[in-house]
Design a protein around this ligand. Structure first.
Ligand code: ZN
Length: 243
């Protein structure tokens, strides 16, 4: 079984299409595991949901997904994110809103747990340091955990003391060895590591390996749609810089 692992698509259809095409060229996948924030920031929330749902899909909710359907407030959102939530809300059909509202906070796909932020606070907490990583490991009931939310790819490997964060190097095969791992594949639609290329990961259950890839896509096409949608200038610029 091969799983395509996606996070933080953020309504960037061009980026999502490029990722799926690349994954198909690398041997394809049987299921998509989506770590939340499929919508928000970008111009195409509905089309991104439609494309994802063409495949076998296991998805969890992100803060933008729930904010866009009124399931959480936007007090913690900055001006640009709030504007994007308002735009997204007007673009979703009621069926799409129901789909997002029904997403679970945590999903299990043995040997993985899927969550957007952390197991302690699935929607809002960023897993970026020892404390947040350890708190999630303590609550983990499967061997491995997949997270998103920070838009930063990493591997956290707990088979040593102290456990450490590692770079999730692109195009490298990582063998999952039974020790606890927390893995962030990076963002599809709005990377924040100063590299605008979309990220994704592929898990192969036969080989017990996980691999991260990056692709190029038509950033300007997404930016033009964002301009037409009158989304904030800051959001339009940041996807070209990966910030
Ligand atoms: Zn996000």
């Amino acid at each position: 079984m091969r799983a395509l692992i996606l996070s933080d698509i953020h309504a960037n259809l061009q980026a999502l299409e490029a990722v799926i095409e690349d994954a198909q060229a690398r041997g394809g996948f049987d299921v998509i595991w989506c770590l939340g924030d499929t919508v928000g920031y970008g111009p195409d929330p509905g089309p991104c949901l439609t494309l994802l749902r063409r495949y076998a899909l296991l998805a969890v909710a992100g803060n933008h997904d729930f904010a866009s359907v009124g399931k959480m407030g936007v007090e913690d959102f900055n001006y640009a994110a709030k504007a994007a939530v308002q735009y997204t809300t007007t673009k979703l059909t009621s069926e799409e809103s129901d789909f997002l509202a029904g997403l679970p906070l945590v999903a299990l796909a043995e040997p993985f747990t899927l969550v957007h932020g952390t197991l302690r606070d699935p929607l809002l907490e960023y897993l970026l340091d020892q404390e947040t990583a350890q708190a999630t490991l303590e609550m983990l009931t499967t061997r491995y955990c997949l997270v998103g939310h920070s838009h930063l790819a990493f591997l956290y490997w707990a088979d040593q003391s102290p456990p450490e964060f590692f770079d999730f190097i692109v195009d490298e095969d990582y063998s999952l060895d039974g020790a606890p791992w927390i893995i962030n594949p990076g963002s599809v639609g709005q990377p924040r590591d100063r590299d605008p290329r979309p990220n994704y990961a592929l898990y192969d259950s036969q080989k017990e390996t996980i691999k991260r890839h990056r692709v190029v896509y038509d950033i300007q096409a997404t930016q033009e749609k964002m301009r037409a949608a009158k989304l904030p200038q800051y959001l339009i610029e940041r996807i070209a810089h990966g910030i």
